[in-house]
Design a protein around this ligand. Sequence first.
Ligand code: LLP
Length: 463
Amino acid sequence: MSRSAHPAGPRHADVLPEGHYSAPPADLNLLDPKVWSQTVGRAEDGQVTVGGIPVGTLAEEFGTPAYFLDEADFRARCRAWADAFGKEADVFYAGKAFLSRAVVRWLKEEGLNLDVCSGGELTTALAAGMPADRIAFHGNNKSEQEIRRAVEAGVGRIVLDSFQEIVRVAHIAQSLGTRQRVQIRITVGVEAHTHEFIATAHEDQKFGIALAGGQAAEAVRRALKLDGLELIGIHSHIGSQIFDTSGFEVAAHRVVGLLKQIRDEHGVELPEIDLGGGLGIAYTSDDDPREPHEIAKALFEIVTRECEAAGLRTPRISVEPGRAIVGPTAFTLYEVGTVKPLEGLRTYVSVDGGMSDNIRTALYDAEYTVTLVSRTSDAPPMLSRVVGKHCESGDIVVKDAFLPADLAPGDLIAVPATGAYCRSMASNYNHALRPPVVAVKDGEARVIVRRETEEDLLRLDVG
Ligand code: LLP
């Protein structure tokens, strides 16, 4: 079986034929609640609003391009995950999707834990007051300095990713006179993306320690012997933008198999397993993601069943959703600069941002939708490609979309579902200034990450 889809969507034009697009929606003015956050609507004058504020007002105050994050929606998603998993499990928000101090405070208030995967993310988490014991520290090549900082801070767990790291963390913890709680990340031979999973040919990647060939069992053997480590469990993350649980089922089966082997060999029942993140969201109306309570139910059932069959106590489960929490909560607002019809092909709509604020289309061939938000229009649909202002023809934000044919420079258009992996993967390509993230709630908007300035660029450039 060949891999035919990327975490983020169909990969390159060899998967979907060039020119693939759905039929135009019946009404271009409609806002599909699947892809827009919960407080988004249209005002009587036709403008789209979020948290009760019209996009025109937001554009005037904060400029474009900008990400607008619906705080009520973010908090509601946190609560939905926390409620679905209950007291018997732990939800760690994956900070790589988007992290800022405000977000950390919301997570803390809503009772979630936090997964960080770099010193920078750890610093942000601690600076915003996330209790260290609610932080999990990930990464396939954590530096000694990062490990030391995490151990000193007292993070709840470090997820060990290699044989070298087992020794490194043990040594650092011991030198600091402590025992660090750790999990071992294993690769279970499952790779899941979107609607598919592949249960072979997956070990050829950089993360974790392979279950195959007894590697993971050997890692456990070594970790159990080291005084600086308290091995609390096994970690597995199988992919991203996953819509069904069959991949998790195979992963849980294999993780529980390892737990059984550990019990048989060492007489130890590890108390926890982490099944990672990767739950999908709707980027377009064609996507059908599952609700947190459905996912929780499926995962509990799988793990309980597997443990009963293996004669093990059911371990405490944790999960690490990133995209599924923050992805749907934000949209990117752009101003249209030029509209260029190409006879017989499509119309190129250039906006004031591009691949520097959303690399996902260029990198993964990810699909997005786009809507005219500064007004409604009764004009017929026009097949469009939304492109940025970078010096590169691959600078595409939305590959195929329908916009009204009367679209003109100065109109505001918005791309929904950009809360995850857009600002966090933004770049300064062409010395673009990374856009701000503005949190909107109950008629109030406030900047939580400010727009970069040309001064910022020059400050880094020491001349
Ligand atoms: N846990 C671990 C160990 C991970 O590696 C990841 C994502 C997550 C949790 C969170 O996954 P999520 O629930 O957000 O899918 N830049 C790509 C996604 C890379 C994800 C890497 N790891 C994208 O834009 O689609």
